[in-house]
Structures are given as structure tokens and as C-alpha cells.
Design a protein around this ligand. Sequence first.
Ligand code: ADP
Ligand code: ZN
Length: 612
Amino acid sequence: MSFDSPPDPLAPARETLRRVWGHGDFRGLQGPIVAEALAGRDVLAVLPTGGGKSVCYQVPSILRPGVGLVVSPLIALMTDQVEALRQQGVSAARLDSGVSLDERSRIWRMARERTLDLLYVSPEGLFSGAMLERLQEIDLALIAIDEAHCVSQWGHDFRPDYRALGRLAALFSGVPRMAVTATADPRTREDIVEALHLQGAEVFVDSFARPNLHLSAERKAAASRARTDARVVELVSERRGRSGVVYCGSREGTERLSEALEAAGVPALAYHAGMEAAERERRLARFLAEDAAVMVATIAFGMGVDKPDVRFVIHADPPSSLEAYWQEVGRAGRDGDPAEGITLYGPSDIAWSLRRLEGRPMEEAVRRVQARKARQLFTMLDGTTCRPQAVRRYFGESGAEPCGVCDLCLDPPSQRDATVEAQKVLAAVQRLGERFGRARVVDHLLGKGRDPQPWETSLSTWGIGTDVDIATWRDLIDHLLFEGLLVEAPNDGRPLITLGDPELVRAVYRGERRVETAHRAVAGIEAPRRRRRDALETLDADLRGRFEALRAWRRERAAEQHVPPYVIFQDRTLLEIAAAQPGSLGALSQVPGVGQNKLARYGKAVLKVLVP
Ligand code: ADP
Ligand code: ZN
């Protein structure tokens, strides 16, 4: 005799996921995370970009009585999520400074009458006016804190206003809270749990693997801006017709590069925090609406930009840490289709990263951690370990295998143990009193010089490097800069090479730390590149025709409603429809990504596009 198995606590959640989103089942850790929230417990979820974080708090918000409060740092994110939810027939709203008084009272009325499922607010908004008092008058299903790594100064994007979110624990005791983020190393995770007072929270950390992401990095040809710009234009031109993001380190850079791209016939838009908010929004809307627009932006653009079909992210200037790197390249290919992340980097970039930290007010311990993060990023960029594998190890994921699709996996550079040469360089820099630039250091190693002085020729390091050629020494010095073993001090445009982190330097002297260099091509003068054909190019003509017809139809619907196309249907869903060629509403409803509301709203029109 058998007993009935206990009812599946996730059954109603699955039903909601199918009905509203049209997804067959939860993915990865979504199920257990949703279960925690449904049981009323606090939880921290670290899921990679595209991992489906929003479903984790949206489903319990719909199922639990009361409103799900979502704290999210950016208005753009809120607007998109709210629009996507409405398209799915979910009652959602956002409260920010742009919302009219009428609309506000309507939203609060819905909250009181329990006809609102999700309410989005910014951290500033939460603590201004009477927001907290009003929230205490209504029932909350849960509180979700998006981009939760912003609460930690160990993370890469600390926001002081996030600290105050810890107060929510006491203000709304009994309401389960869920912190979600795509990037948090183990230390940042601990800090999130502590700062937000997540009580006994289970911490879920998903694998950071992003198998559809093809990563690569190139050393910049020289500290020449013009050559870097030209390389970016070349990279983007090779990807014409696709949507992408180009990250620049400066506002001025975004303007310059977007003009260069426009001149090359690419629909490019500059975006940075120095622009008027209205102009920024206009550009964001254009980027979201156009299938092939390229956004050239500072990091002011990004967090929360959920465009799922971004096909490439190019760093014209490298990010600040591996966390930032992963998050930024992670904005490509959220829809799971193949996408690329390409990073250009040079020695002046790491020097700039380190200098910028010097100029910022922060505790010394924090500064040291941030400087280490910068070095770890450049070590990865200039290293020989599979890129995703290196990043995943950094995030504490053990057992990460090589990805097989990054530049280092596809085309492994020849590797060389350069520990002895590194010791020679470090010794030379030290003997020379850290008072010279790289050319002079190389000359010294080679025992060259127009008019060498006795004090120099009598040093033990004079001419100890004649067995190696000049190009190799230059290359090695760059590599040591990337690893933080050397540092370049600006010295009014005539940079001096000095010794880097003393602990690292000592470890190399003692032979405890090995230095490995890769022989690889420099940006722009690379060996023939492997061009990957992307999925779209390989589709057969009929399928592609149907897909394009559906996209054209979607573009019109989106324009009518002033929403981004993907909130109507994502590319992935249109492709599935084009492939399945459903002949009836019933068949269409079986296609992943077609929820009930969308079926009712667009089903007939979609069938008509397929059979005109
Ligand atoms: P994140 O915020 O973690 O980057 P999103 O919540 O934007 O991710 O989801 C990323 C993509 O995955 C979206 O296209 C979403 O529709 C899809 N998705 C999320 N959950 C599921 C699921 N259970 N099954 C299929 N697709 C899903
Ligand atoms: Zn790899």
C-alpha cells in the first residue's frame, strides 16, 4: 500500500509560470528560490544575467496575498519590467518622481483594494515623503531587493543609499525579503546578508556559466586613441545589422566613437550621465525599439537594461573589476542565443584604474581590495586561462570546465614560463630606483644606451637581459603591468615604471609566484580571425522569411503602443513560432513564451502573419 506523496508545494507556482509567462517549468534554482519566498522566508539569490531572476520574485508576489514590493535602482529597468508584466496581464506599477499625483493615488488605491500584484520603487523613492508610512498601511507579499550587490562596499558598485535598505527588516518584520543579484563574490554575499539583515536566509548561487556567450580580449595596438577607435569601428562594422553596446571610459569617448560609427554607417547613439535625462530616455527608447542600434555608453548605461537581443558588448575601455566585466558582457545574449563580449585593454588602462582609486575617498582596506580587483581583471584579460573559467573560479565556483568557445579555448596562445625574466625586470626597476620609463628599463636590461653612466653600468642588472629581444621585453613589461607587479606612474605624460604590490613582487622574487606569458597577436594586426556564423545567418530561407515577417509585425505593434518590441514577444519566441508554424490558437499556446494573456491579445494576428 502506498501513501499519497505530499502535494507539490510548487504546483501553483508552476501553474502561474505556465499561464502568465508560457514557460514550461522553472529553470535552475528558480524553483527552490520561489519555494523559500512562498514559505515566507528570507533568501539571497545570485543568478547570472539572463538566469531569470525576475520570475523568482514576481511569481511569489502574484501568489502570496498583498503587493510584491520591488526595490530597483534604475527607472529604465522598472519601466521595462512593469510594461512587460502588463503585457502579460499582471497588475504592476512603478512609483517614481515622474509619476503624476493622480496616477499615484490610483496606485495606492489599487494596493489597498488588493488589485495590485507588483509595485516597483527606487531606494531614494522608498525613503522620501510618506512612502514608508503608506507601505505600512498595506499588505506586502514580499520585498525584493534587486541588484543587491550595491549594498556592499566590497562589491563593485556600492551605492550608499542601498545601505538604508537594512532598515526594512525592522520596519516590515514578518514580510519575507529576497535579495537578488547577478554578481557577488563570497565576501559580497556575506555582506549583503548582514547589511540587509536577512534572517536565516538560505543563499542560492547558480553556476555562472553562460554557454551562449563568446568572449575574447585584445591588447590595444598602442596607447593610441585613434587606433583603438578604428578597431572598434571595424569590430562593429563586422557585426552590422545587430544590436550592441560599446562601453567607453569617458563621456567624451562616447561622443567621439558614436560619431565615428555614424560616419561608418552604423546607427550609433552616445549615452552618458552628463546628458539631460529626457535626451537619455529618448536615446534609450530608440535603442530598445531598433533592431540594429548600437549604444555607445559609459557605465551610466546598463544596470537594468534588459534588452534581451543585444548581440555584442564591446569594451573600448576595460571595466573596473571581474564583477563589472561579467555584468557588462552579460548584457549580451540574455535571450540565450549566441552573443559576443569583446574587450580591448592596454597598460594605460590599468594605470588609469589604479589612479582613479587613489583619488576617491574610501577606507584604506576598501581601496586595497578594489585595487586587487582591478589587477585580477587585467590578469584575466592578459592571461591564458579560458575566460569564463577564470571568472567562475573567481566567483568561487569550483569545477568550472573550459568553455570551448572563448578566444583562448578556440585558439590557445603558446604559453611560456617567464618567471626568471620577470625577476630580472623587477630587479632592474628596483636598482634603477623606480625613476625611469619603460624604454629606459629595456635599454638597461639589454645593456644599451647612448652614453651610459658608470653608476648605471656598475649595477648588477646592467645588460642581464641580452638573451631576449626587445619586443619580448616590452611585451613582458606590459604583462607585469597587467598583473600588478609593476605600476606605471603618470609623471606628467612621461610615465615612470615602479614596483607594484610588494607582496606580489616578493612572491615572484622567491619563485613562489610564477609568471606566464602568452604569445598573442595585438589588436588590429591579428592573424585571420575566425568568423562565427551566427544562428540567424544559417536559418533556411523560408524560416527566416517567416521570422522576419513576425518581427515586422511586432515592430508595428510595439510602435503603436510605445513599448520596446521584446515586451510583446522576444526574438526567441518569434523564432519558435516561425519554426513550429502553429495552425491554431491551441497549437500557438504550446509554444514556449506564449502565455495566456498574449495568446488572447495577439494570437489571431500572429496566425495571420504565418498564413497571410
Ligand atoms: P535576469 O534578470 O536574471 O537577467 P530575466 O528575468 O530577465 O533574467 O530572464 C532572462 C530570460 O529568461 C528572459 O527572456 C525570460 O523570459 C527567460 N526565462 C526566465 N525564466 C524562464 C523559465 N523558467 N523558462 C524559460 N525561460 C525563462
Ligand atoms: Zn574558454
